[in-house]
Design a protein around this ligand. Structure first.
Ligand code: ATP
Ligand code: MG
Length: 254
């Protein structure tokens, strides 16, 4: 498989009140096409910063980020915006949807804003409907965003992140605000998307969520201190995968 993301010696330093905070320290790793990777680690270890730096939402202080064969580290804001819109999808813990739009119009928004797209408006609407179906929530298409459950809203956010057919999906604690049942629903959809070929990189505090990933990178104080690889055995139950992952996490002091 080709590398979707190749990160070399990535550093990020924030300067606050003239004091330097080295948040990411020479981080290197690769994410192959079709991979599903979780980033775990203590609060403040730099997980969100890492996600933002590799997805062009924040600028690294040093190192290289190669995405889909392009070194995006020095790209202009305009070019990064274009790449984010056409090739990347984003999901966050706090769901951002426009209050004055229905669910389907929210999902359509990134497609409508994608003025360079060759698709007609009708094709975009068809795609939005297809995604609502895929996420199991076709019935809420015309609901306002306050007329759906948390799990439905987060699945709508996934649909929105997929509207422009991204190559990679970045998610920062996508299940962080959800109860267990809704979290399972969301993870089932994300696993399905991955099985269909979408590469996924997500930050999570939840080992139940991370157990669905093929790899887990463990970050402490801006450094990757461990990497877990799932055996990939289809006969292993999710509960067993979670148990194994928890044992590994415990060894790292989780
Ligand atoms: N925009 C910013 N300006 C200055 N410092 C920042 C900024 N964003 C993050 N930091 C600092 O970088 C460090 C890592 O933050 P980050 O949000 O990446 O942690 P995290 O691992 O995602 O934590 P959590 O699990 O709590 O979400 C923290 O010390 C934080 O204060
Ligand atoms: Mg975070």
């Amino acid at each position: 498989m080709a590398d979707m993301l190749e990160v070399k010696d990535l550093c990020k330093t924030y300067v606050v009140d003239k004091r330097q905070n080295n948040v990411l320290k020479n981080i290197s790793f690769t994410v192959e096409e079709g991979d599903m990777v979780a980033i775990m680690g203590p609060s403040g270890s730099g997980k969100s910063t890492l996600l933002y730096c590799v997805s062009g939402m924040d600028r690294p202080t040093g190192g290289e980020v190669n995405f889909d064969g392009e070194n995006i580290g020095n790209y202009s804001e305009k070019k990064l915006t274009e790449i984010r819109r056409n090739k990347m999808g984003f999901i966050f813990q706090q769901m951002y949807m426009m209050k004055n739009l229905t669910i389907i119009d929210n999902i359509l928004l990134p497609a409508v804003e994608n003025i360079g797209s060759k698709k007609s408006h009708r094709e975009k609407v068809e795609r939005a409907k297809e995604l609502l179906h895929k996420m199991g929530i076709p019935e809420v298409a015309d609901h306002d965003i306050n007329e759906v459950s948390g799990g439905q809203l987060q699945r709508a956010c996934i649909a929105r992140s997929m509207i422009n057919q991204p190559k990679i999906l970045f998610a920062d604690e996508p299940t962080g605000a959800l109860n267990r049942a809704a979290s399972t629903e969301v993870m089932e959809e994300m696993t399905r998307l991955n099985e269909e070929g979408c590469t996924i990189m997500m930050v999570t505090h939840d080992s139940r969520v991370a157990a669905r990933c093929k790899r887990v990178l463990y970050l402490v104080d801006g450094t990757i201190v461990g990497e877990y690889k799932d055996s990939g055995d289809v006969n292993t139950s999710l509960a067993d995968r979670e148990r194994r992952l928890n044992n590994w996490l415990m060894e790292l002091g989780w």
